[in-house]
Design a protein around this ligand. Sequence first.
Ligand code: TRP
Length: 327
Amino acid sequence: MKRLLSGVKPSGRPHIGNYLGAMRQFVTLAKTHESFVFVADYHALNTVHDAALMRANTIGVVLDYLAIGIDPAATTIFKQSDLSEHTELCWIFNTLTTMPYLMRAHAFKDAEAKNKEINVGTFDYPMLMAADILLYEPDIVPVGADQKQHVEFARDTAEKFNRTYGDTFKLPAAYIPADVATVPGVDGQKMSKSYGNTIPLFAEDADIRKLCMSIVTDSKGAGEPKDPATCNVFALHRHFSAGDLPELERRYRAGEIGYKESKELLADNLIAFIRPLRERRAALERDERYLYRVLAEGAERARAVSGPKMAEVRRKIGVLPHAAAVV
Ligand code: TRP
């Protein structure tokens, strides 16, 4: 089986755009790949400096993974901070990479353009991510299009290490499916936390209904023909109303449905989809011991891969063996 690795930074609650764009793939690809998905908690530490929030967000990602149907028996779920190999390898990469190279990162340039004071962790984000990836030698790294450059940085870093110390790391490739949905938010722009236009993946029924009714449309009356291709409500129907789609499309064109009715139908279908996930998440949340058991087993399985790789790296760079192993 080919190997998959990906991570999610625990910096807030996911929305249906995150789900359709990325998270859902972890479930489907796990059927054909040996999968490792982890919580990138040390990446989140760049921006979250509140311990209670760090804890809540981190366990939150584990809950999200399990609630959407990732099976921890088949997929290795772990957190980055349990594997010191990640930060250790990041340091070694720091000694090979250069400042001008890291200054080319989009995320760094954006932050600089906004005149923000950037912490060193943020500047170094691509090297920690390179370590996350290269330790596991994955065949595919499924990520959103915004992470493509980061995977290229990992690739460059692997090449640089291999050139310096001999063939060690397999070159990774991003996996960005061509048909990945661009999901509109309630205002019609791309759904994104920064636009404040999201429908949270685990929203309560009443909130789902309210958000659906607030989706922006043109002002055509109930009896007027409408174009499904330009309707924000219809764009969401495409993902959540599969069975109703042909009839809905006909009624749009024939002027036999108003936006209000279309939104109500969307809310019904979204609720039917979200409610079971939300209930599963709530049930899991009450069983913290189980969540830690998942993470403990995941860390052990992850270490079986990253441990030997790290030992190989240490040999190649010439740090002495762990002294306790020699005496
Ligand atoms: N940077 C990724 C994001 O923002 C999260 C991430 C961290 C990641 N390490 C990774 C993704 C390794 C894939 C592989 O979403």
